[in-house]
Design a protein around this ligand. Structure first.
Ligand SMILES: [Zn+2]
Length: 396
């Protein structure tokens, strides 16, 4: 079944034709009308009620045709300005929050997520090692003043998760006007220090987009990660993060459950975030998520949850045919580049679909054990596609 994704026009998205989401939506759907002024932030592919995919041939929604929900939600993101500082609750907490405050926490499911960069990609992920945070606080005096002697002393005495927690709570609970003053002082008097820490550009950009927001100062607490295309990050329950810039493929458990605390016009729940968040810290290099290589064409990103996995497929244009064998399908494919003829088994017999950039296809369970990507006519471009599926992979 060929599908049309659901486009979300959140404020932080890239605008007009600059957005990868808009480009893919136009390539997918001839009826898509582009507005150059409008942001195109996300494309959703799956059965989530807030953005269910539509079957092209019949106009029916995917959940109605499948008569069930998929365990995963698949997305393309195109980011112009920071997404909120957030964590996603674990399953148990998600159920409780949904029960107690369904108007804010609309979803009872957990939301572990995986992001794979399509362009150079910038994100804040998890806390820095406590000693790095201590060094920043020492270097940027207005921040040290804001956090106060008691917490700063404790961070010096025992640089660990507990003292990071104390300092970060102090920051998050400081009055807005004091935060704004601190940011202004740093912006005015600490250009050289920001530059030597490789933070100047990001600090300035976030402060422009969200003037005086506590999220700007989170730069001194969180790991700033720069991904190259193909590199990925995985975010488990209660791991603090904020995506800042770039395009990515994202896959997650079928959920929309977010606890926000900064860089957003949406509702902030600082107390809940501080309650949930894990204060463990790690070195930057441990943060990228390494995929498992199957062969020259295929890699699989296998997270430690059963809800989803992502397969990346790259096929050289000269290769006549590539057969992808996996145990079960029930997956969604999106094509980013090139053209191929997809050959697969369905309940109605053998089927062929011509894939081009923007194609989104639901591959049914009965397509197992293999699908074929055959050379398409007159295509001298290499093929790139991503497939989201339930996670039944075991790393050998
Ligand atoms: Zn998230």
């Amino acid at each position: 079944m060929e599908l049309t994704g659901w486009v979300k026009n959140y404020e932080w998205g890239r605008r007009g034709i600059n957005s990868a989401v808009a480009q893919l939506a136009m390539a997918n759907d001839p009826d898509f009308r582009l507005n150059e002024e409008e942001p195109y932030a996300e494309m959703w592919m799956g059965t989530h009620v807030c953005g269910v995919s539509v079957v092209k041939e019949t106009g029916e929604t995917l959940d109605r045709v499948l008569k069930k929900d998929l365990s995963y939600l698949f997305k393309v993101l195109s980011i112009n300005k920071a997404l909120s500082i957030q964590v996603h609750p674990n399953k148990c907490e998600a159920e409780r929050l949904h029960k107690e405050r369904p108007e804010i926490y609309k979803d009872p499911n957990h939301k572990p997520e995986l992001a794979i960069a399509l362009t150079p990609f910038l994100a804040l992920v998890g806390f820095l090692p406590a000693s790095d945070i201590r060094d920043y606080i020492d270097e940027f005096q207005p921040l040290s003043k804001l956090i106060g002697a008691e917490a700063v002393d404790q961070l010096h005495e025992s640089p660990d998760g507990q003292s990071v927690k104390l300092c970060y709570e102090k920051l998050m609970k400081t009055e807005e006007s004091v935060i704004a003053k601190c940011i202004n002082e740093i912006a005015k008097n600490y250009q050289k220090e920001l530059k030597s820490n490789d933070l100047l550009e990001v600090f300035t950009k976030i402060n422009q987009d969200f003037p005086g927001d506590v999220g700007v100062l989170s730069l001194f607490f969180l790991n700033l990660i720069r991904l190259k295309p193909g590199q990925a990050i995985y975010l488990g329950a209660n791991e603090i993060h904020a995506y800042l810039d770039g395009d990515c493929i994202e896959c997650m458990a079928c959920s929309d459950n977010v606890i926000r605390a900064g860089l957003t016009p949406k509702y902030k729940d600082v107390d809940q975030l501080l309650n949930s968040v894990i204060f463990d810290s790690a070195e930057n290099e441990h943060k990228t998520f390494i995929p498992y290589r199957i062969d020259e064409q295929v890699q699989v990103y296998i997270p430690p949850v059963s809800d989803f996995a992502v397969i990346s497929v790259n096929i050289d244009h000269s290769l006549e045919s590539y057969k992808l064998a996996i145990q079960a399908f029930g997956s969604i494919l999106i094509v980013l580049k090139g053209s191929r003829t997809l050959k697969l088994k369905t309940q109605q017999g053998d089927k062929e679909i011509v894939l081009t950039r923007g194609s989104i296809v639901y591959i049914p369970v009965e397509a197992a054990p293999e699908i074929e990507f055959a050379q398409a006519e007159d295509c001298d471009e290499d093929f790139t596609g991503y497939i989201a599926t339930s996670n039944y992979f075991r790393v050998p």
